[in-house]
Design a protein around this ligand. Sequence first.
Ligand code: NAD
Length: 485
Amino acid sequence: MDIPTNPIWQQHLFLGAWQTGDGEQVNVREPATDEVISQLKTATPADVERAATIAKAAQKRWMDVPFDQKAEILRRAAALLKERADEINCWNTRECGSIGPKADWELQATYEQAQMAAALPMQPSGEIFPSNMPGKRNYWKRVPIGTVGVIAPWNFPILLSMRSVFPALAMGNCVILKPDPKSSICGGALMAQILEAAGLPEGVFHVLPGGPEVGKGLVEHPLVKMISFTGSTAVGKKIGETCGRMLKKAALELGGNNAQVVLEDADLDIASSCGAWGSFLHQGQICMQTGRHLVHRSVADAYIDRLANRASNLVCGNPREQVHLGPLINETQARRVEDIVNRSVEMGARVVAGGKRNGNYFEATVIADVTPEMPVFSEEVFGPIAPVMAFDSDDSACTLVNESPYGLAAAIHSGSTERALKIANQIQVGMVHINDQTVNNEFQVPFGGMGSSGNSGRFGGPANIEEFTTSQWVSVMEEGIQYPF
Ligand code: NAD
């Protein structure tokens, strides 16, 4: 696909319709080559004010659109995602360094989110409760929150924005999306085009690319009634503080440092394949990435050999070619990964495979002799690094998993499902996968973390109805009654 020469996002923002914006125009860089491939108009806090005002006016009308028409728009959006797949995938690769299969998977998952959201408006929207007052009826119904601000990261920019945008719209809310400027074309501008072409009424959906100041403007705006944030724990905490002060609903999906536990009765070929996938997919830039491999001491060397063999066979290069790993998002992140590896090696860790940076690229890396104090073990690295640490008993494996303040995902490999389930019951994470890998996401199952990985916000399946609505109790007396005064 050719990059367009004068795309609409170069001069315009989507404020419910394409409008010229006053904000800065920034260069969009391709992480694989460091070339400038497009320009992007970014928003200002004044644009947040404009979008919030437009959205407030549009929300009442959107809420009243009949459920079958809302569903039809979302189904059309799903169809357009497939029709424009080549273009969307091309931008995902060029803008974010995604290899083809990752881009394909992300688009399919986003399509499924749209289809699932299309089914939401026709779900029951309330319940009837009994009353001890004769002639009184109690209705309890779900109502939209109003305007929802969605703030998304750059690593899976399409899925992680639209998994909030689609259900929020389905439940009758307006949405202002702030994508990361590193991924605002595939994770913002193209999605605006798709929802506009699907027939979403003007004013209902807005895209405001920009950095922290635009995100802050959205969080602090009184007309924005909920924030759905996916990103780092540090930023999530700040957003949570502001929302708490403003009594604003906040769904926070944050970082992770996820463990894969391998017991001595596990199938090591399967476990090492899961470990490689979990650590190296999308260069490790995934919140559910396997950041800690905890392996029973009696099989640790055999597991490390298998994992290192898999890592050594992975090709790293420009994702427009047939490769397994593309670049990291930018050089700052690649250097950060290098620094974490180097500091851990100085503390006694041993690089068994990979370990080298070349510009924005970092090899699939396996590290042994790891201890809990090393940054490669204790920090969320967000790079293609697989640190392995040995343990001696199931209890000590649980203690190691729970030592991390994060609690997003975990995997457990064992020949005994009972034994794995016992461990699952003792670890504090939001998602546990037995004999599988940590990077698991199914659109119909509630997704989310515990501890520093989130505030128990959940996306997917029935959780979407709860997340993107509030409720109203309406009681009706058939005849009015007299009270004592
Ligand atoms: P980040 O927190 O730096 O940025 C995320 C978004 O927040 C971006 O759009 C950014 O512009 C915006 N932002 C930054 N500062 C802000 C502020 N003060 N107020 C409002 N908005 C602000 O995260 P990132 O580096 O883009 O993404 C990587 C992080 O996201 C990792 O920690 C990863 O684990 C996490 N993540 C979590 C999930 C999940 O579902 N739990 C999914 C993907 C990524």
